[in-house]
Design a protein around this ligand. Sequence first.
Ligand SMILES: Nc1ncnc2c1ncn2[C@@H]1O[C@H](COP(=O)(O)OP(=O)(O)O)[C@@H](O)[C@H]1O
Ligand SMILES: N[C@@H](CCC(=O)OP(=O)(O)O)C(=O)O
Length: 402
Amino acid sequence: MTMTTDAGRPGTAPDAVGTAQARDRASAKKPVRADRGLLRTAKRLVVKVGSSSLTSLAGGISEEALLALVDVLAERRNAGSELILVSSGAIAAGLAPLGLGRRPRDLATQQAAASVGQGLLMARYTQAFGAHGVTVSQVLLTAEDLMRRQQYANAYRALNRLLHLGVVPVVNENDTVATHEIRFGDNDRLAALVAHLVKADAMVLLSDVDAIYDRPPQAGGIRIPLVTGPADLAQANIGSSGKAGVGTGGMVTKVEAANIAAGSGIPALVTSTANAAAALAGEDVGTWFSINGSRRTPRLLWLAHLASIQGRLILDDGAVKAVRERHRSLLPAGITSVKGDFEPGDPVELADAEGQVIARGLVNFSSYELPRMLGRSTKELASSLGRQYEREVVHVDDLVVL
Ligand SMILES: Nc1ncnc2c1ncn2[C@@H]1O[C@H](COP(=O)(O)OP(=O)(O)O)[C@@H](O)[C@H]1O
Ligand SMILES: N[C@@H](CCC(=O)OP(=O)(O)O)C(=O)O
């Protein structure tokens, strides 16, 4: 995937988008509509809306955009579906009251703006959904809440109860207290983890662009209607936010989020807020990520997609086969070299001799201890270095094959 730093706004270039849609209809070979119909019938849905499509040109929250979205979501809720709305926009909503013209760069002012804006955002949602007879609630989460078992279970219990009570939980990252190191920043991956948490039937990511294109769409790209696995986007030029100073993750984090969901058994659609009604009706809009994996434990989900990798172990061919095909633990005998600086328990990558990463795992030894263990059997290590060296380098339960 190529990263770019484009600075246009495809949502404002309908002509290019329309032409691209016509072209992709003509050239698409795959059955685009595939399982999109699922969005029409999904009982439990996570819908994420980004700052780009909620924000007016002046930088604050657009009342018009918010009301139009709420109309669609409330109708769906009133038809019986359970809905979670993951909404960005707290920082944008906090700008005007603080006399700020644009999104602040420093973390402390972003935290302050989010603290001011979150309440205002919720007031608007409460009123707009209330007009349809729908009750909303505020749920602020940090990455930690979704990674630690006890907090995960706690968040699940609360959200599940809210859904059973007919409430639409409005989720955002707890920007005011989220620490810099593990802050999501964008809400795309947060939405994928929430979808996983509540075992949603599908996830919809709404933005200011109607689909993922083979390059940033203001350059007149071609819509990618269907993604069946990461390889389908290997040639695409996926870029950052086209609305500098408003949206955060751009298409990169939406692709990551959709891959997280689809890879753990939840199909995902990326489209525009303007297409929300069509999307929920199962129409052929946006980019559909069909399921390509099954549900993982939260810990392995984190390891596969979110953990920050501290080092790399290079495996010989036998170890690659053992890990990838026979689903075995990684033993010291199959490792040829070690890269990086890590401690026991840290996430590392496992790569083959050509450097292709085949798995991720939690390592049992530090980068300081490992070099003298390489290529040696666990029995030999136990007798020469002591019993504590008899264990696997990465246990199969702490390993995800990619
Ligand atoms: N290949 C691509 N296809 C579609 N959009 C792209 C692509 N590359 C970059 N983008 C940009 O990603 C933007 C959406 O991300 P972002 O602004 O972060 O939205 P949000 O605030 O809704 O999360 C689009 O406006 C578009 O300019
Ligand atoms: N939690 C932040 C979201 C930041 C943001 O811009 O996210 P996104 O629009 O999803 O790229 C907020 O509410 O302002």
